[in-house]
Design a protein around this ligand. Sequence first.
Ligand code: ARG
Length: 484
Amino acid sequence: MDEEAVSYLSSLRDDEEILLEDIEGTQAHVIMLYEQGIISGDEARQILRALEELKGEAAEGKIELRGGFEDVHELIESYIISRVGREVGGKVHSGRSRNDQVALDIRLRVRRYLLEIWREALSLGRALLSRAEEEKEAMIIHYTHLQHAQVGYISHYLLAHLDHLLRDLERLEACYHRVNKSPLGACAIAGSTLPLNRNRVAELLGFDGLVENSVDAVSSRDFALEAVAVAAIMMTNLSRVAEDLIIWSSSEFGYVELPDELASPSSVMPHKKNPCILELLRAKSGKIIGLLTSLLTIMKGTPTGYNRDLQEAKTLIWEALKEARDSAKILTKVVQGIRFREERILERVEESYAPAIELAEALMIHAKLSLRDAHKLVGALVRQLHDEEKSLKDLDYKTLEDVSEKVLGKRVNLPEEDLRKAINPKEATKARKTAGASTPNEIARVLEERRESLEKTAEGFEINLKKLLRSREKFEETIFMLIR
Ligand code: ARG
């Protein structure tokens, strides 16, 4: 091939991510070829030995992905041939195509990424849970439209994001099982006349089963699209947490303070403490959405079967999954280290009009007003207090009576005790009766339940990880038995 053409189409550099996967996938294929009588024990031994050496060098970072190769698959095959000769090494690719080979490598690599993201998301979940536990008593304002909405608790905010994350974890787990299937043995697209044992390869590599249909096996990348989509959705959630914390760390809000070791100084302004990590997380979530869009667009027009377009998808997949993993990891540190300035937040809570809704509901419950009348009356009260530069907690019984006479044409009959409770933020939250509300009782219940949900997904993670480790042990044992 023309040198420039090879350099244009070569994926060699992007294949660094799947170097190990390609070596191991090839080893599994070779073991199966031997077990099926397609190559001899001696041939298998020679090839496996060469691959073991290559694996060792790869693990030490000694392999340079260079030369005029189109990809890592060519490079490895030519390495084997250079080590054991063409007569033996030339058999390694029997019954295999680069099409099923690269699909296998991508599945192996995405599987590994998903486990890493799973682990980091679990840590983040634990951090959110333990901060929610710590902040159980601390109040905050819940915002809508970024305006004071209702008063509540920091822990309720944190638990909301834990619930987001638990759904991310559910999506991740489901995706993991769809990824963890072996495409190898599909050959170029329609199978092989050699007596390959596809299930054996799947077993050796710790897959749960096969991507059965050979056309599907080489054509599909939906497993990777799904993984990136899961990552993009998770990142969208994380990005909103980042955004909240960025706003809350501004001088105007001053609700949170980043630990020094997670904040960036300015090169010129000595007083600065910039939330750069969170800004980058916000940006990276945008980037991952872009990567997902690129991937979907690359895929949508390719005819069924392998097309070289699919090669261009690989780096996008690595990049998206790596960024998602690292983002979950760094956000865990932020969540663990961030300080909520509870006193300052409480000042904002106490001067807020946010308990207005509880006051309106008290008027409905105790003074038997309709929602509309209560809404009208409390709206007028808030306007008057606002004009007098007072907060809701300054509302006295006389003002309530006067204003109600004015706007409703009657005196409301709200016991003074109920008025006092309704405009006191803490009392107001305690009076909430709905499931899932920002009230101490519900928060305490939810904390316990979510602890269990987290442990359940942690169990799922451990089970899958152990399964892989066990099959890896067996795989290595099998190689060892064949090469000794
Ligand atoms: N480098 C290619 C990729 O990453 C490998 C598959 C090439 N297959 C082919 N038939 N040219 O997708």
